[in-house]
Structures are given as C-alpha cells and as structure tokens.
Ligand binder design. Structure first.
Ligand code: CTP
Length: 419
C-alpha cells in the first residue's frame, strides 16, 4: 500500500473493546501501519477474549497496552505511567470497536481501565466507532451517551445496518477498514490548509447519447479527479465531486453523478457559483461535440445495409461559462480559484498556456496524452503545472495521488498569497 501523506508518522491510539468486531480492528491496525501511521493499541480485558494482544503486535510492530498497573509495557512508550504517556503527543484516539459499556464509561468519565483512563488524560481528537448486537445501539441509554460524547466534541462513525453475529438484523455493525480510514482522515484533516473552503471537482469523461443505448464517450477513468477530491479532503476542505464514473466516493465527499456535458455544466454552475470560498477543479474530460439529435428509440439497422450519418454539434465549454458568470458578478470572487486540465497530443506547453488564458484559469495542469506509461486509466501521470503569472512546474511521472496533493498545495498557496 502507498503511504498516505496525512497519516505518515501520525501517532494513533487504537483502543479496542470487547465486541466480535475486534477482528476487523486488527485489519484497521494493519492497514494504518502499512500507510505510515504509528499505531499504539490498547485492549480492554473483554477485547482480549476475542483476539490476543500478540495479533495486534504482529501487525503494528509496536507494543500493545492492556494493563494499567504494568510498570514496563515491554518495549512500549518510555514511561512508567502508561495512560499519560500514551495520550501525550497522540494525534488521535480511535475507539474501534466501541461497545455500549465503554461508550457509557466514556460519557460519564468512569476511569477503571487503561482505555478509559487514557481517554481522560489524552487531549487529542476522539473517534468512536460503535459495534454492538441486538438493539443495543438504538437503546435510549446508548443514544444518550453518544449524544453526550458528541456534544463534548467526539467524532462518531455511524455503525452500519446488517446481520449481527446473533443472526438478528439491525444497526450496529462496524464499517469496513477503508471507511474507517476515511473517517480517521477526515478527523485528522479538520484544521488543514483548506478548512473552511469548498472544493468542487469534476471527474471522468462525459457521455453524449445517440439513442437510449449508445453514446459517444472517451477514455478518461476519473482516477485523477477522485484523487484530487481525496487530496482536498486531506487538507480539511469540504468537497463536492461531480462525476460520470463509479469509483468509490472518498469518505466525506458529496457525490453528484452526471453523464453528459450539459448535465455537468448544470452541476458545476450550481455548486461552483453560489457561495464564496469555492474552488473549482475541472479534471473531467468533457466532450466538445455531441450528436445534434438524440433518437428517442434505438437506431435500427436498415435492410439496404446503409449506415446512418452522424451530425455533431458543439457542447458548451464549462470553464468558459464559469468565466463568463464570474466576470459578470460584482465581486468576481466566486469561485475564488479555478484550475483546468489540458490533455494534449502535441505542443503541450503552448496549447496549455493558450487554454489557461482563454478560460481565465489560475492554474492549468497539462499532460501529454500520447505517453504510454502515464495518463488515461493509469494510476500515474506526468504533468506540467502552469500558472497565470507565467510560472511553470514540471512534475515527473508520479502517482495521481501525489500529483493531486501538489495541485491542492498550489491552490492553498494561491489563497495564502491573496489573503
Ligand atoms: N473543458 C470544459 N468544457 C468543455 C471542454 C473542456 O470545461 N466543453 C475543460 C476541461 O475539463 C479541462 C479544460 O477545459 O479542464 C481543457 O480541456 P481540453 O479537452 O484539454 O481542451 P478543450 O478546451 O476541449 O480544447 P481542445 O479540444 O481544442 O484541446
């Protein structure tokens, strides 16, 4: 797994309590470690009935803490007062899974084991991911305790509905690892460079219908757009993703599914122009032409073997429409930063610079679509970022995630310069 910049070297206390879902917390500990986090696990006595401490130790490579009275936590943090040492300097405490019992203790401030004592001593954000069987989650007592914790600033990962170990159906299942990591990222990012800003990202290629079954499309996979959405979330932005594809939506992003250039235009104008502090990143491959007429019925083959002639018409240019709308508003502030992409097969820099100027962009990210080891559908890209002051930054072949993080950094720099 690739390192996640936001999680790299972050010290996360993963506090596991006694629910069967504790086996899923092992996977969470493993994945968090693989992406670069330093995971210190605390287990309650009940948690150890389901999984042994050695299991967590094996996947994190770090000490596992079980006992408040243990003087030396066998190679763990260099302190004999484990609860203070664990909480000190931690970036986040995640109670996963959190039983009704531990939630009740946390809500009332009971401190009778290492986990609850650490929670009182720690000053980092607290994430709670409840997991419990048979109606316990919906019980008014549990709900009241959760309410108390939320009021105190805790972050709740809602359990999912489904089948419990008991066979009963209800709400109380721990979400999967990727979802949990998504929530951990959101909580860690809350004071990031773009917090208080709303980033609108478009992703994927548009589809222009010919009839109810056929369309004209392109090779865009949408991966770059989704990576941009995640990178914006990782610096605390509110994110709306306007997409034509079906990739997993990053946790915390609002998804608006569109298909044609026209529906994407409508969505962009809706989200990008209505509020201040908006940033628009157009990474979608928008069709420039569409069939001039759309047949209501499926176009059938003719007996004489003739083929239909396709007549195309131009679509609206979304960025040009945003520019026109922006120029006509009095404060000309919404959206405050606009980023375009340029897919070129020749004269990369010249063509990109012309587009940057014509479309009134702050930045343009240009890539050569003839490259065979990067670009369309690949997880990698090789780009040049041009800015409106004539600056040029070449980024050698990197993952779309890394490129997205750089683009988002450049956006944050522009906002800082203007502040
Ligand atoms: N774009 C847009 N609306 C369109 C076409 C493109 O907003 N109808 C945006 C893209 O999302 C991208 C930028 O404009 O951010 C450049 O897109 P690109 O396809 O490279 O360029 P075009 O403007 O379509 O010009 P050309 O086809 O001549 O290269």
């Amino acid at each position: 797994m690739q390192t996640i910049t936001l999680l790299k070297d972050k010290r996360i206390i993963l506090a596991a309590t006694g629910s069967i879902a504790v086996y899923k917390a092992v996977d969470l500990a493993s994945k968090l470690t693989q992406v670069g986090a330093l995971v210190d696990v605390i287990m309650t006595d009940s948690a150890q009935r389901f999984v042994a401490p050695i299991t967590f130790k094996a996947v994190t490579g770090r000490a596992v803490y079980t006992d408040m009275w243990q003087a030396d936590n066998s190679g763990g943090l260099p302190t004999h007062i484990a609860h203070v040492g664990l909480g000190e300097g931690a970036d986040l405490m995640a109670v996963v899974p959190a039983t009704a019992n531990t939630i009740a203790k946390l809500a009332t401030g009971i401190a009778d084991n290492l986990l609850t004592v650490t929670a009182l001593a720690a000053r980092c954000p607290l994430l709670i991911a409840p997991a419990m069987d048979g109606g316990m989650y919906e019980h008014p007592a549990t709900q009241a305790n959760i309410e108390t914790l939320l009021k105190r600033g805790a972050y709740l990962v809602e359990p999912e509905e489904g089948r419990f170990a008991s066979g009963l159906i209800g709400r109380g299942r721990l979400p999967d690892t990727q979802t949990l990591i998504g929530h951990i990222r959101l909580l860690l990012a809350q004071n990031g460079a773009l917090h208080g800003n709303h980033v609108v990202v478009t992703a994927g290629g548009t589809r222009e219908a010919l009839d109810p079954v056929r369309f004209i499309g392109n090779h865009s996979s949408g991966k770059q757009g989704y990576a941009l959405a995640q990178a914006a979330l990782d610096v605390g932005a509110k994110v709306t993703l306007i997409s034509t594809v079906d990739l997993p939506t990053p946790i915390g992003a609002k998804l608006d599914k569109v298909d044609s250039a026209e529906s994407m235009l409508e969505a962009v104008l809706h989200y990008a122009l209505k509020e201040l502090h908006r940033i628009l990143i157009m990474s979608a491959a928008v069709a420039d032409f569409r069939p001039a007429t759309r047949s209501v019925q499926k176009i059938k083959k003719k007996d004489d073997d003739s083929a239909p002639t396709l007549v195309l018409e131009r679509t609206a240019d979304i960025l040009q429409s945003v520019k026109a709308a922006r120029d006509s508003t009095i404060d000309r502030l919404s959206p405050s930063v606009v980023v375009g992409f340029a897919a070129e097969s020749e004269n990369l820099l010249n063509n990109a610079r012309i587009k940057l100027e014509r479309k009134g962009l702050d930045l343009i990210v240009a890539n050569d679509i003839t490259a065979t080891d990067a670009g369309f559908a690949s997880d990698y890209n090789r780009v040049v970022i041009l800015d409106r002051d004539g600056g040029r930054e070449e980024i050698e072949r990197q993952s779309k995630t890394q490129i997205s993080e750089r683009v988002i950094e450049r956006v944050a720099d522009i906002l800082t310069q203007r502040a």
